[in-house]
Design a protein around this ligand. Structure first.
Ligand code: HEM
Length: 150
């Protein structure tokens, strides 16, 4: 079976399991951070509450979100080389959506830094709408990876 082929051999399923575990960590952070932003924005810049939110966001980014994203990428690219996924249609679209999700991640990190500088660039409504992005992206990615419709 294709699951056992490639240089990873019998380790393929373990690498795949690790891939999905770190996907969960990454996505958990992606759902939490914009939620934090909504609460953070209500605190006046320079207040003690503002400082607490800056601290929470920085820790979430440095301990969970960014390391998880890096692990997901490393394991995902390893799986792609292992399974020769670069020649498959589902993978092309998955790659594009994952790339966009990584861009969203980068944008969020930038937004956290703006909040830390005392800026409040977006209204709460827009933040709440943007909060839907990782959920939609995750649904599309999982369908592509599991169902592989093309
Ligand atoms: C960051 C870049 C990523 C790359 C390069 C990548 C690549 C891959 C590849 C090649 C496989 C198939 C492994 C195989 O069957 O041998 C796979 C499986 C999977 N990926 Fe990713 N992935 C990435 C990110 C993600 C993300 C962000 C999600 C979810 C939001 C995700 C969810 C899954 C799932 C659920 C599977 C298991 C599918 C199955 O049952 O075979 N991946 N990934």
């Amino acid at each position: 079976m294709s699951d056992m082929a490639g240089f990873l051999g019998a380790a393929t399923l373990w690498v795949k399991a690790a891939h999905v575990i770190f996907v969960i960590f990454w996505m958990a952070g992606m759902f939490m951070l914009p939620r934090f932003f909504v609460y953070h924005q209500e605190s006046p810049p320079g207040s003690p509450e503002d400082a607490r939110w800056v601290d929470r966001e920085t820790r979430l980014r440095r301990i969970i979100i960014t390391p998880s994203m890096i692990v997901v990428w490393v394991l995902g690219l390893t799986l792609a080389l292992n399974a020769d996924a670069f020649s498959q249609g589902w993978f092309h679209l998955k790659f594009a959506v994952v790339f966009a999700l990584s861009g969203y991640h980068g944008w969020m990190v930038g937004y956290a830094k703006k909040l830390a500088r005392g800026e409040r660039p977006l209204p709460e409504r827009t933040l709440r709408l943007l909060n839907e992005v990782p959920g939609i992206a995750a649904a599309v990615i999982v369908i592509l990876a599991v169902v592989r419709p093309f």
